[in-house]
Design a protein around this ligand. Structure first.
Ligand code: GLC
Length: 534
């Protein structure tokens, strides 16, 4: 599954923002790469307070991305190439520009229009303190106070993300009915499914109890201890059962994929029980340290948890919310994943990061289950870690009081041609986020048909993955030295060496693919993955 972030994939009209016709014109790239399906991040009408994750109209296309007809064309063109297409569904919150929220603001406290969202009176004298202690994922309080029609300060509304993303009240039957209709709208148009944004957030603990944040407010929840009142409440599962029953009425295979920052793996597996969603992103895998024991543990736990409910496991190393893995893995092992990197911060080791990223990807692509790729990782793209702060667009930067750089560094428009304007992203030099000069060396045209390039590494791996049916295979661990991770998937042996010393392959093993050259004795060097036939 290949994630396209429409703003940054391909710009057909030269305004510096990628668009749907740009995607359609580049679909052959995905076929050449060997992807089976595409996930499109949001393209709906939106004020773009959070790059389109603030949706003002769930049934349209923002003019910056094109028109509704462009989606139809994209779907037809993708399907004719055998590519499935899933779209992003953002049900936790609307945009503050959504007609419902506009109506809520114009209505009085307690009115029907306000019931669709989570409005509360403030605490303290005159209600001037937020109703509870919850923090926005992007920083600052999760509540914003509104001004009443007479100019007086009014109630507060909840937004777990930006103030432009008010949370919906999922106890309200109208919300449930509306989202059922939205699903049908896109299914009728021919989409193959949905990636469900913030799937662990829709239902809040009814009393909206205060929450004491252990150390960091953002990524889901701690592995142990009480569950935060805003995440992973049991009530979310009823919603997904309803949705599943809607999808099941459609012909062909249609999928629901949960974006749920939920741990441990058993809690996450509940989202993919037989009558709920089909897959859920495995963020625990993404966050695991680059050591053999950590990787072993997370893979083993992930497979066990999803096996228990009969669902496929998923694997993901990069997406539009996290530091690209080619840079993340260039930080000292065990570093807590930073939320963005700026020019003054310690910089990742680019060569080491890419070497490890290639090894990590090659290991991931041999695992049974679904693999999710993020646009540009097939080029080995690093994070843009020296972006000028005044170019940043992610609300995280401002809302965190400029303490967290945010996610712009992984969202930079990707390079197609080294010597073209905007590196081939569009017909002009314009790019909504600045592209660093190193983009030239990563451009697709510098890597295609170049033996050893990251692009050819991915292509070969995806071809073999398909030929050997690795995605539907079974994993069995192979014993070896402590710093070496080895497993079999069918006739394939996969060895990743995390240790300082080269690792020997078993007698008779015949290497067929590797993330970097083996040593002269045919051994696996440090930070290298090898695929071998046994
Ligand atoms: C998800 C999206 C992220 C967005 C947030 C709020 O985590 O992946 O990009 O900011 O939800 O919609």
């Amino acid at each position: 599954m290949y994630q396209i972030y429409p703003r940054s994939f391909a710009d057909s009209d030269g305004d510096g923002i990628g668009d749907l016709p740009g995607i359609t014109a580049r679909l052959d790239h995905l076929v050449e790469l060997g992807a089976d399906a595409v996930w499109l991040s949001p393209f709906y009408p939106s004020p773009q307070a959070d790059a389109g994750y603030d949706v003002a109209d769930y049934r349209g296309v923002d003019p910056i991305f094109g028109r509704l007809e462009d989606i139809d064309k994209l779907l037809t063109q993708a399907h004719s190439r055998g590519l499935r297409v899933i779209v992003d569904l953002v049900p936790n919150h609307t945009s503050s520009a959504h007609p419902w929220f506009v109506e809520a603001l114009a209505s009085t406290p307690g009115s029907a229009a306000r019931q669709r969202y989570i409005f509360r009176d403030g605490r303290g004298a005159g209600g001037d303190k937020p109703p509870n202690s919850w923090q926005s994922v992007f920083g600052g309080p999760a509540w914003t106070r509104v001004t009443d029609a007479d100019g007086a300060p009014g109630q507060w509304y909840l937004h777990l993300f930006d103030a432009g993303q008010p949370d919906l009240n999922w106890d309200h039957p109208e919300i449930r009915a509306e989202f059922g209709d939205i699903l049908r709208f896109w299914l009728d148009r021919g989409v193959d499914g949905f990636r469900v944004d913030v799937a662990h957030g829709l239902v809040k603990q009814a009393d909206l109890a205060d929450w004491h944040y252990p150390d960091e407010p953002v990524s889901g929840e701690p592995v142990e201890g009480p569950r935060p009142p805003m995440w992973d409440q049991d009530g979310v599962h009823d919603i997904y059962r309803d949705w599943r029953s809607i999808l099941d009425k459609y012909p062909g295979d249609r999928v629901l994929v949960a974006e749920a920052w939920v741990q441990p793996a058993e809690r996450l597996a509940a989202y993919v029980r037989p009558d709920e969603m089909h897959q859920a992103f495995n963020f625990e895998y993404l966050e695991a340290a680059w050591t053999a024991p950590a990787q072993y543990a997370v893979i083993d736990r992930s497979l066990a948890a999803t096996d228990a409910v009969g669902a496929p496991t998923t694997w993901v190393l990069s997406n539009h919310d996290v530091l690209r893995h080619a840079s993340r893995l260039g930080l000292p092992v065990g570093t807590i994943r930073p939320r963005g990197i700026g020019a003054d911060d310690p910089q990742p080791d680019a060569a080491l990061g890419l070497r490890r990223a290639r090894a990590a990807t090659l290991m991931m692509l041999a695992l049974p289950g679904s693999a999710y790729l993020y646009q540009g990782e097939e080029l080995g793209l690093p994070e843009h870690t020296t972006m000028a702060d005044d170019a940043r667009q992610d609300p995280t930067w401002v809302r965190s009081g400029q303490t967290e750089r945010g996610r712009d560094g992984c969202r930079v428009p990707i390079p197609w041609e080294a010597d073209a304007p905007s590196y081939g992203f569009g017909p002009t030099d314009s790019s909504w986020l600045p592209q660093p000069a190193v983009w030239a060396e990563y451009a697709l045209d510098r890597q295609r048909d170049v033996p050893g390039s990251t692009y050819e590494l991915y292509r070969t791996a995806l071809r073999l993955r398909r030929d050997l049916a690795l995605g539907t295979g079974r994993l069995s661990w192979v014993d070896g030295p402590e710093d070496v991770l080895a497993f079999r998937n069918g006739e394939l042996l996969v060895v990743t060496n995390f240790g300082a010393e080269p690792a020997a392959l078993p007698e008779g093993a015949e290497p067929i693919h590797a993330s970097a050259a083996l040593d002269p004795d045919g051994r696996v060097p440090t930070d290298v993955t090898v695929w071998a036939r046994v």
